[in-house]
Every structure is written in C-alpha cells, then in structure tokens.
Design a protein around this ligand. Structure first.
Ligand SMILES: [Fe+2]
Length: 268
C-alpha cells in the first residue's frame, strides 16, 4: 500500500473520477459516432485544471481492447502530470493494461484508504469479483480507517432492466462481506462506472456514486438499451475530509467548457 500525497491542505484529499472513455486505437474511428479521444482529452484537461491529488479511471477504457489504445491512454495520463490509477471494465483487457500500470490498487491518504477492485469477468458483459478480489476487500476492512472502494460494475440495481442484468453478478457476496466485517462502518464511499449516467444512492452506511461517461450517455430508468444524445459528459470531483466525511460534485462539460454541476455530501 502506498501513501498518496501526505501533505494535503487541511487534511482534505481531492479525487477526480473519469470513466468509460471507450477509446479506440485508430484516431479516425468513432464509438457511437463520437470522437472518444477528443471527449476524453476534454475531460482530462478539465481534471488537470482542478489539480486533484488523484485521478481515477473506472473502466471501459478501451472499446477495442487493443494494446495501442492503452499505450495512447498511458501516454496522455503520464503527460497530464497527475497521479492516476485505472481499473478495468467489461470492455477492457486487464493483461494489456498491466503492461503499463497495475489494473488494481490499494492506497492510503492521511485519513482514508482507497481500494480499487477488478470486476472484469472474461467473456462477459456483467461483472464478477473473484475470490482474490473479495480477499482484498476483506483485508481492507480490517483497517479501521474510512474506506473508499472503486470498481467498474455497480453492486446495486439502478432501475434500468437491461443494465441491471449486466451489473455486478455476485454483488450479494460483496455486501455479505461488508455486513459481516464492516462493524465500524468504514466503507463510506463506493464509486463505479458502467452505467454512463449520474447516480447517487445510499446502501446501508455506504454512499454509492456513479459518473457519466466521457463518451456516450445511457438514458436512465429504461427497460431496453437507450442512448441519451443530449446528455453531456461529466467528471466527478470528490473531497475526502477527515473523520470519514466527504463531499462530491458532478461537473458536466461540453468539449469546450464547464456548463453546470450538482453536489452531494456525507459524513460517517
Ligand atoms: Fe462503458
């Protein structure tokens, strides 16, 4: 476990989430008619302006699962000058990611621990946490400090029938472990991607947050797959405070400018 940015102002750790960029190796290729490289770079530029302590990418990094896509992404992230972590989604190839940087993480800040889980399930669109990943969660829950868990697939229903069929398949294992071991209620925050829409739900003592994609957005609460052409991409800015308190804000953007934001907060 490595210590991230031990000298943060007032003990506050600022994290930016970007998710589901669905990048392509061919710069002229398009995903659902969109230039996902350009959209991602706009999000990355906005993230750089915010100067977070950590940039976190929560999966579906490459639409084509190509080595060249991860190389391009790695180069952009390194050039950003930010400290960053990435996680695999269903569209990713974790072994190709690992050629550049670990596809999971367990870091600490002065007041929190940050755990990134791999929910990639080979050959499946839905997610699955292996025994190894559940063990990593179990280990983190033995630490009494507040815990943020990040993974690609949401371990909750989002009220879209088609999406709920491809969420985290063994979410019950995840929550059983939390119910059994999280006696001090350390798991304050869980952040995920996959849903391509804003999401903020309370599950027990855990706030579950998801973020729109930097690429295309899905229409919320649909029985069948549906794209919302008018919805803007966004990033999520999270402030991890002392004593397990946090706040978060979505910042929507068109490729040129920030347009509006919405906020939420909590405290353990
Ligand atoms: Fe995605």
């Amino acid at each position: 476990m490595s210590l991230l940015n031990p000298i943060t102002e007032s003990g506050v750790f600022r994290l930016v989430q970007l998710t589901d960029p669905h990048l392509l190796a061919d710069p002229t290729a398009r995903y659902r008619g969109l230039d996902t490289r350009q959209r991602f770079l706009a999000g990355l530029q906005l993230a750089r302006r915010l100067q977070p302590d950590l940039l976190l990418l929560t999966g579906d990094l490459a639409q084509d699962e190509a080595a060249a896509t991860y190389q391009w992404l790695y180069q952009q992230l390194q050039a950003s000058g930010l400290t960053w972590r990435w996680l695999p989604g269903n569209h990713d190839a974790p072994e190709l990611m690992q050629a550049w940087s670990s596809s999971v993480f367990h870091d600490q800040t002065p007041h929190w621990q940050l755990l990134g889980l791999d929910s990639h399930w080979p050959g499946q669109v839905a997610g699955y946490l292996s025994a190894t990943e559940l063990e990593r969660l179990q280990q983190a829950l033995t630490d009494p400090r507040p815990l943020l868990v990040a993974l690609h697939h949401p371990p909750i229903k989002v009220n879209s029938r088609w999406m709920d069929a491809i969420s985290l398949d063994n979410a019950s294992n995840f929550w059983q472990l939390v119910d059994k071991l999280d006696l001090k209620q350390q798991l304050k925050l869980l952040i995920c991607g996959h849903v391509h829409q804003p999401l903020s739900r309370q599950q027990g003592h855990t706030r579950v947050l998801a973020c729109p994609s930097t690429a295309a957005q899905f229409t919320p609460q649909q029985d069948e797959f549906s794209i919302d052409d008018k919805a803007l991409p966004a990033l999520r800015l999270i402030r991890l405070n002392t004593r397990g308190c946090f706040s978060s804000r979505l910042i929507h953007y068109d490729p040129q400018a920030v347009t509006h934001s919405s906020s939420g907060q909590g405290c353990g």
